[in-house]
Design a protein around this ligand. Structure first.
Ligand code: PLP
Length: 461
């Protein structure tokens, strides 16, 4: 082949200025550690972990610009300069009018759910998220899933698996009436579906329909820039638009938002609630004082608000998203080469391995995804997490949810690991896959009441 025909690789638009040294462990040490952790990767000590893919939440590497912005933090109790910087950034890049900072995303969900939801209300959404649904339920509402069927099918290669099924939504509206629906809960890049995007066409259709009925669209914009990248790559008419332009357009089709800044916005802690409605803002401003702190800091230090403001702008850079999602795709393609069954298309924030397919000899009550996450740790010290029956939890009546998807999430922190780390992870998954038939399931021996996946304990069968 002529050199001029060789594919041109991309690489990260940054270089490394500081490194964090890691402890290397032996297999015997890891077997002991995971047993002590009750086969729950959330209960491992992070110093016993080599490559930590538990979550992309708050695990990002901040830039030198973010670190230096932290020195500008105005730690005034009231009216902090850093708050106005954050507010201005959100207004400029996302377009929402009013902003309430919170210490992280679920705090924004708590406040928003308490304000908008009345007992007996129904909240349709494009697949549940754990904390989002729990706050809706605690406020007296019931979540109902209106995502397209393809999202529940790990083999479907639909380019926008996060889309709302408009027929499902119309059915819910007919059944309960628009008055019982305070808002539609729309996540951009649907976490629980594997980091799958919503299309702009779908959002426009949803906006037109909800406008007619006077129903709000509330945007869980935790990974909106990653969603925008997929729109740019896949949707007609968007290949020449910048991620910043696409993000602004997405937000313009919704009425308010909750955000965990610990993902897209490249910080270690933070979040906010935003709304275009003065009344909702007024009430949120009252409520944030009870749960978080004054409305100009909402549980955050001034320095955190500075870092978020810079991180939001960095997250909208096209080269950043190309490298971020490119790294996830690199890992996914490598796993496919080794025949490891993963959810397709490859999502934005991680690789989701299909544990039902990986361990077909285990029933869902034997926790295949929980089992596989423990086995990955034993093999190489790579920490992943369960997204299946344990995460799905129980219905308000006490029955288990039995989700169709039983996945292990390999979530990628932003700007943290190198391509060599990706090779180690894929090779480890391949090694576990080769000995899959000898792997036994788990039994739950301790179950907390809320969000059980964080603290549940297991024993080998
Ligand atoms: C992480 C996350 C949240 C909750 O945010 P926290 O900052 O963890 O409280 C809400 N929605 C989605 C889609 C998330 O990924």
């Amino acid at each position: 082949m002529k050199n001029s025909l060789v594919k041109r690789s991309w690489a990260e638009p940054y270089k490394i200025k500081m490194v964090e040294l890691l402890k290397m462990t032996t297999k015997a040490q890891r077997i002991k550690a995971i047993k002590e952790a009750g086969y729950n990767t959330f209960l491992l000590k992070s110093e016993d972990v080599y490559i930590d893919l538990l979550t992309d939440s708050g695990t990002n590497a901040m830039s030198d610009v973010q670190w230096s912005a932290m020195m500008l933090g105005d730690e005034a109790y009231a009216g902090s300069k850093s708050y106005y910087k954050l507010e201005g950034t959100i207004q400029k890049y996302y377009g929402y009018k009013y902003v309430i900072p919170t210490h992280q995303g679920r705090a924004a969900e708590n406040i928003l759910s308490k304000i908008l939801i009345k007992k007996g209300d129904v909240i349709p959404g494009n697949m549940y998220f754990t904390t989002t649904r729990l706050h809706q339920e605690l406020a007296g509402g019931t979540f109902t899933d209106i995502i397209i069927d393809e999202a529940h099918d790990p083999t479907s290669e639909h380019p926008f698996k996060g889309n709302v099924d408009m027929a499902k939504l119309e059915k819910v509206v007919k059944k309960y009436g628009a008055k019982k629906i305070p808002y539609i809960s729309i996540a951009t890049n649907v976490n629980m579906a594997g980091g799958q995007p919503v299309s702009m066409a779908n959002l426009k259709e949803l906006r037109a329909y909800t406008k007619k009925l006077g129903i709000r669209v509330i945007h869980d914009m935790t990974r909106v820039a990653e969603n925008a990248f997929f729109i740019q790559q896949r949707e007609k008419g968007y290949d020449k638009k910048s991620i910043a332009q696409i993000v602004k357009e997405i937000c313009s089709l919704t009425d308010g938002a909750t955000m965990s800044a610990k993902k897209d916005a490249l910080v270690n802690i933070g979040g906010f609630m935003a709304t275009n409605e003065w009344d909702v803002f007024e009430e949120a401003r009252n409520m944030v004082v009870v749960y978080e702190g004054l409305h100009t800091y909402g549980g955050l230090a001034g320095r955190d608000m500075e870092a978020i403001a810079v991180g939001i702008v960095e997250s909208l850079d096209d080269n950043h998203q190309h490298a971020r999602i490119g790294q996830v795709e690199y890992l996914g393609n490598k796993m496919m080469e080794y025949n490891v069954p993963i959810v397709l298309p490859i999502g934005g924030h991680g690789i989701f391995v299909d544990a039902k397919k990986f361990l077909p000899h285990l029933t869902q009550d034997q926790f295949p995804a929980q089992t596989l996450a423990a086995e990955m740790y034993i093999d190489s010290g790579v920490r992943t997490m369960e997204r299946g029956i344990v995460s799905a939890g129980r219905k308000p009546n006490g029955d288990n949810y039995y989700p169709k998807l039983e996945l292990v999430r390999f979530t990628m922190p932003r700007r943290v690991y190198t391509q060599a780390h990706m090779d180690v992870i894929a090779e480890s998954a391949a090694a576990v896959y080769d000995r899959r038939k000898s792997i036994k399931g788990l039994k739950m021996i301790y179950e907390p009441k809320y969000l059980r996946f964080f603290q549940a304990k297991f024993e080998k069968l």
